[in-house]
Design a binder for this molecule. Structure first.
Ligand code: DC
Length: 218
């Protein structure tokens, strides 16, 4: 009997819990998790390392042609090197947001993402998965939570890690990133018409994971 192949697309603003939820769903269903934000972060990291300006250029085209990004056993590989931690800094967050507005970067990553979602069941999270990357995904969700709740979650996470955090500043940054991600010209963040919206403001991670797995029938 052939195994059923299905794709789950999860989009939503930063801090809504997409990656935590997608990881947990992937584990429970035994499918691959593809973190597309990590791919934009990896390109942002490489552009910073090479000193490339955050704009289209022949050097960027050349760099993209020789860049390899892969996922294996929960690790993110950039040109064969694990970059899990290096892509999570504030500086790289900003570079990822800036480079994600560039057409050449999006074209390269969307092509890679479509290939990754072709041959096997996957759950992919990002901003344009349901609207652009996997338009024919069998399951599409748009995960939201109020900006205040998302700021509070991030704030607690930073404090738990022993890092300093100012709630008002975190909220300000979240509102700014929402604005950047949803107003850019190319594939801005928006809910696909056929996506189901899940407002997680008053839901636990487990409740959202249960809900999605229930829909997939697992
Ligand atoms: O989800 P994240 O914070 O790791 O994403 C990093 C940046 O990449 C974010 O500013 C939005 C952008 N991004 C995108 O434009 N399209 C995606 N599919 C995923 C992320």
């Amino acid at each position: 009997m052939s195994e059923r192949i299905f794709r789950i697309a999860i989009d939503g603003p930063s801090g809504a819990g997409k990656s935590t939820i997608a990881k947990a769903v992937a584990k429970r269903l035994g499918i691959d998790y593809i973190d597309t934000g990590a791919m934009y972060r990896a390109i942002g990291l490489k552009m910073l390392a090479k000193g490339l300006p955050m704009e289209e250029s022949p050097a960027l085209t050349e760099m993209l042609a020789e860049t390899e990004i892969d996922f294996d056993s929960g690790n993110v590989f950039l040109d064969g090197e694990i970059v899990n931690d290096r892509i999570r800094t504030q500086e790289v967050s900003k570079a990822a947001s800036d480079c994600s507005a560039l057409g050449s970067v999006r074209a390269k990553l969307v092509e890679l993402q479509r290939k990754m979602g072709q041959a096997k069941s996957v759950i992919m999270d990002g901003r344009d998965i349901g609207t652009n990357v996997l338009t024919d995904a069998e399951y599409k969700y748009f995960l939201t939570a109020t900006a205040e709740e998302r700021a509070l979650r991030r704030h607690k996470e930073m404090l738990e890690k022993g890092q300093e955090s100012d709630l008002a500043k975190v909220l300000e940054q979240i509102v700014e990133r929402d604005h950047n991600d949803s107003t850019r010209a190319l594939n801005p963040l928006r809910k696909a018409e056929d996506a189901e919206e899940i407002d997680s403001t008053n839901m636990s991670i487990e409740q959202v994971v249960d809900y999605i797995c229930g829909k997939v029938g697992a």
